[in-house]
Design a protein. Sequence first.
Length: 411
Amino acid sequence: MTHKEDELLESSAERVYGHLTETLAARGVDVEAVENRLRSQRIETPSWGYGNSGTRFKVFPQPGVPRDPFEKFEDAAQVHHLTGVCPSVAIHIPWDAVEDYGELKDHAESLGLRIGAVNPNLFQEVEYKLGSVCNPDPAVRRRATEHLLRCVEIGREVGSDVLSLWFADGTNYAGQDSFIERRHRMQECLSETYQAMPENMRMLLEYKFFEPAFYHTDLADWGTALTMCQKLGDRAEVLVDLGHHAQGVNVEHIVALLLDEDRLGGFHFNNRKYADDDLIVGSVNPFELFLIYVELIEAEESTRIDYMIDQAHNIEAKIEAMILSVMNLQEAYAKALLVDRAALAEARHSGDVLRAHRVLLEAYATDVRPLCAKVREDLGASVDPISTFRESGYLERVVVERKVGVQAGWG
Ligand code: RM4
Ligand code: MN
Ligand code: MN
């Protein structure tokens, strides 16, 4: 692009932004406050989203995929650099197991990142065929608990204050095991883990209604996760993964209920069409994402919520998919911040169904992209992150650098 074209583009972007902020101000929106909230938005990306993944039929390796956790952090640093809001990265153990966690921590910091949630992996050992913390064999439960305790330690070593747990535990056939005995076994293992956590650490419990188990899952829904958290203590909270519900479940309602119980700990953002598809967030149902943020807007000022992405990019370019997910989260959040709360409350109280609904539609229909671009620019990131990434030559460079060796991933 020539200098002149560049200037023209810039001035037209400024005009679009100016027009939007004027319209918003006329609607009574405090644009400065909205921009402040957008600048302080934080989204954690998952180390495993940078590695190879696939379906149960095939893993398609991609050129340039990281070979170890250190390289995953390098890719994550690109996402942070271009979006400005992703300074932390979740790790999965043993997928990200290293000899020296201090070294991984230093590496993250040298890239302007920090290590976020530690996710123990309790579903890939042969011993876990009948479950991990719910397994009928006490020796297997011991092994699972030791891994959980080790992950608490790793959290301490890397300066993380979140232990994020998802269990594949469940049964495949009616009669296979006792629901209640399994629940008690889980409670015992988790209490021991909870007791071992340092004071500042929180335990997030993630539910999922099926898969890999087909008959019942021990933590199947928000209720099973919530009651377990209540037994464990205040620092145990529920994590909502957008892909972990049956079709048609109202996720924003669950979000509101957990907020009201003061037990919403965090999110695994992604999107799905059918099951736990782990697709780019906002790619299937952006309206649901917006409605979730509508519930969060007021509550998030007084409670800590960890916003994390949990995706598997099987056929799409991984770093770009992560960037697009973050941009979609910025837009959903921005739109939710535009909701006229006073008008909504008034419409609700006067029983004006359509008016209340239209207040939401008004915000949702606003094209907030110029606002998000401006916020990214303010943060020293990119107004157009995917194009900037494509132009940077990063991928071409790592494709060459990472040619030799084994790529990280599962399968
Ligand atoms: C599960 C769940 C967990 C994730 C694993 C890899 O379905 O979403 O959060 O760690 O997949
Ligand atoms: Mn998840
Ligand atoms: Mn999942």
